[in-house]
Every structure is written in structure tokens, then in C-alpha cells.
Design a protein around this ligand. Structure first.
Ligand code: ATP
Length: 240
């Protein structure tokens, strides 16, 4: 059995029996930040949703901490195993206060709001504010804080920067690194801002039209910039 925190082998994932992600092999270790990159429609969100059990995989295996995730959709079970997914839309409940949103992190009778505040002190004065009245950046802090409060083994973050001003997401990105360093969680980060993601990541995978085009350490991917860019453009041959 694999020693990795998350281990994906030969994953085919998609909708109505049609694969939009094919034969993906990927792993994430505890304490690691791994970037999942690629252009629009490459299959990044589908991959995260398949790992978290919201989309049923078509073939292949997904194991978390050595436990095989059943093929049938099992989002609740996967969450109980410590996989927390911050989706693109952030999943904030607008009618609930910040505190109530954070309490939704409760998975087994325990929620540590203090951990969320340690990572995002700016949420402190906002505790009684309704989720719907927060700015985009505050909502993203709340979404991340709520996931962190559940003390995840694996934190998956989809397009953290979406709709935010550069100053806001540039400040948020290093927090993801801190989560891995300080809590030993593994982090799988889907991000359009490649350079920013690779600045905080240990390794990265690049999907192109559902296929794995490239993978390597963050330093390797940044050093081979033209190869990385070619994979974004879906260029068949990545050789010079
Ligand atoms: P983006 O950054 O645009 O979200 P992505 O890399 O996350 O891109 P996905 O959202 O995973 O890509 O989409 C991969 C493919 O699956 C696309 O062709 C998309 O149209 C298709 N797709 C996504 N969601 C569904 C769905 N619910 N039903 C059918 N097809 C879908």
C-alpha cells in the first residue's frame, strides 16, 4: 500500500461516462504543497471533485492515507477521512455569520475556530458579520479558515485567486504554505496564476485537455518555462 497521503493511479474522471481526465497518476505527501495547473477546461476542478467524492470516478484508484476511496460518490466519508475541499465558489453561507460558518467545520464534535483565527486574524473582528456582507477576500479567508478549523489531512483549494485583486491573493497564497508547514497537512492547489502557485508549491502537475502534460518540482517547472508554457498551449511535442 502506498505511503503517500494522497495517491491517485490511472484515474479516469468525467461526466456521464465520458472521461475529461485520463490516466492521471498523482500523489501528495503530508506537509507538501502540490500545484495542479493547466488551462481552462483542462480537468483540474474535475480532478478535485473526484478526489472529494462529489464526482464518481470512471476508472483508476484514489487512496487517502492508505485507505482506498470507494468508487461510488462518498463525499461524507472522504471528508471524515480528513479531506477538506475549498471549492471555486467558496461555499460560504451568506445568511450565517462568520462564527456560524466557521462552526460548520465541525466534523466529529470538535472545531477549532482559534486555528482559523491564527491563520486569518482579520476574521476576528468580523465574527458576527453575515457571510454575504463580506468582501471577496474576506469570504476566501473564511472559506480557507473554515477548512483549516476542521484540521484537514489534505486541503484542496480550487482557484483561490478567482475574482480577487492581486494584492489580496498575493497575501493569501503564502498562508497555504504555512498550513502545510505548521499543520503537516498536504495541500493540493488548483491555480491559474502559475508563478504565484509555484512560488509556494513543492511540486506541480500540468494537465492539458485532460492528459498529464508535465510534472516536476516547482523549481524544475519554473526553470523550464518554455516547456511549461507549451503544455498550456497544448503543443504536442514539448521538445525544442
Ligand atoms: P476551469 O479553470 O475552466 O474550471 P478546469 O481545468 O478546472 O478548468 P474542469 O472544470 O474540470 O476544468 O472541466 C473539464 C472539462 O469537463 C471541460 O470540458 C468542462 O466543460 C467539462 N465539465 C465540467 N463540469 C461538467 C459537468 N458538470 N458536466 C459535464 N461536463 C463538465
Amino acid at each position: 500500500m502506498s505511503e503517500h497521503l494522497l495517491s491517485i493511479e490511472g484515474l479516469h474522471a468525467g461526466y456521464d461516462g465520458v472521461a475529461v481526465v485520463r490516466d492521471l497518476n498523482l500523489f501528495v505527501d503530508a506537509g507538501e504543497v502540490v500545484a495542479l495547473l493547466g488551462p481552462n477546461g483542462a480537468g483540474k476542478t474535475t480532478t478535485l471533485m473526484t478526489i472529494s467524492g462529489m464526482v464518481q470516478r470512471l476508472a483508476g484508484s484514489v487512496a487517502i492515507d492508505g485507505q482506498t476511496v470507494p468508487r461510488l460518490r462518498q463525499a461524507h466519508k472522504v471528508r471524515r477521512w480528513g479531506v477538506l475541499h475549498v471549492p471555486e465558489n467558496r461555499g460560504i453561507l451568506f445568511q450565517l455569520t462568520v462564527r456560524e460558518n466557521l462552526e460548520l467545520a465541525k466534523t466529529s464534535g470538535k472545531v477549532d475556530i482559534d486555528i482559523a483565527l491564527e491563520f486569518f486574524p482579520a476574521l476576528g473582528p468580523l465574527m458576527n458579520r453575515k457571510g454575504g456582507l463580506l468582501s471577496g477576500g474576506e469570504q476566501q479567508m473564511l472559506a480557507l479558515g473554515r477548512a483549516i478549523a476542521a484540521e484537514p489531512k489534505l486541503l484542496m483549494v480550487d482557484e483561490m485567486s478567482l475574482g480577487l485583486a492581486p494584492k489580496i491573493y498575493e497575501d493569501l497564497m503564502p498562508v497555504v504554505r504555512r498550513v502545510a508547514d505548521e499543520t503537516n497537512a498536504g495541500v493540493l492547489l488548483v491555480e491559474q496564476h502559475v508563478d504565484l502557485a509555484l512560488e509556494v508549491a513543492d511540486r506541480g502537475y500540468v494537465l492539458s485537455h485532460g492528459d498529464l502534460a508535465l510534472s516536476g518540482t516547482a523549481a524544475e517547472l519554473l526553470a523550464d518555462r518554455h516547456v511549461l508554457d507549451a503544455s498550456y498551449l497544448g503543443v504536442e511535442s514539448l521538445e525544442d
